[in-house]
Design a protein around this ligand. Structure first.
Ligand SMILES: C[S@@+](CC[C@H](N)C(=O)[O-])C[C@H]1O[C@@H](n2cnc3c(N)ncnc32)[C@H](O)[C@@H]1O
Length: 167
C-alpha cells in the first residue's frame, strides 16, 4: 500500500502547477491537515513570495515541527494546532486556504465546519484550494477511486468515530 509520502511525490507537481497560477498575487496561506508537512515545505520553498502556515490535529504536530526544522524554508510557519471542528479557528485574515487529501476522510458535519470556518477566516476575495479524490458529475474519475470510496464507507464508523464524538 503506497504511503502518504509516495502520494506526495506523485501529486506535488500537478498541484504546484495550479498553485503557481492561483496564488500568484497572494501573501498568506493557511494549510489545513498538513500531515507530514511535505506539501507545506515544498510549496513554501517553490513559492517564496508566500507565508505558508501549516496546521493539523495535535498528534500530527511533532512530525511537522521536525520536518520544518530539518528542511523548511524561512517563509513557512507553524504548525498550529487546528481541529476544523473547533471554532473559531486560531487565525484570521488569510489570503488563501489550502488543504490536500482531507475532505474525503471527514464526515459531512466536519466538512460543513470546514466551509463555514473558511468563510470566517478568508479575506474577501480570498482563494480556497482543495485537492483530493472527488466525483465529477456523480462519476468516479478512476476504478481505484471507486474502490477507495467503498473502503472509506466501510471503515467510516471506526475511523471517524473519534472526530464525530467532538461535535
Ligand atoms: C490523509 S491525511 C493528508 C495529509 C496531507 N495533507 C497530505 O496530503 O499528505 C489527512 C489529514 O487530515 C487531518 N485531519 C483529519 N481530521 C481533521 C480535523 N477535524 N481537523 C484538522 N485536520 C484534520 C489529519 O490529521 C491528517 O493530517
Amino acid at each position: 500500500m503506497p504511503s502518504l509520502s509516495d502520494y506526495f511525490e506523485l501529486n506535488k507537481d500537478p498541484i504546484f502547477q495550479i498553485l503557481v497560477d492561483v496564488l500568484g498575487n497572494i501573501h498568506s496561506v493557511l494549510e489545513i491537515g498538513s500531515g507530514t508537512g511535505q506539501h507545506g515545505v515544498y510549496f513554501a520553498e517553490n513559492l517564496p513570495h508566500l507565508i505558508w502556515h501549516t496546521s493539523d490535529l495535535p498528534e500530527y504536530l511533532p512530525e511537522i515541527t521536525e520536518r520544518i526544522a530539518r528542511e523548511g524554508p524561512e517563509n513557512i510557519r507553524g504548525p498550529l494546532a487546528l481541529n476544523v471542528c473547533d471554532r473559531p479557528w486560531p487565525v484570521s485574515s488569510m489570503d488563501a486556504i489550502f488543504s490536500a487529501n482531507t475532505l474525503h476522510i471527514m464526515p459531512l458535519k466536519i466538512v460543513e465546519h470546514f466551509f463555514e470556518a473558511v468563510g470566517e477566516v478568508l479575506v474577501k476575495g480570498g482563494v480556497l484550494c482543495v485537492y483530493g479524490p472527488f466525483r465529477y458529475g456523480g462519476r468516479y474519475t478512476s476504478e481505484s477511486n471507486a474502490r477507495f470510496d467503498q473502503y472509506l464507507k466501510q471503515r467510516d464508523s471506526l475511523s471517524l468515530g473519534l472526530k464525530i464524538s467532538r461535535i
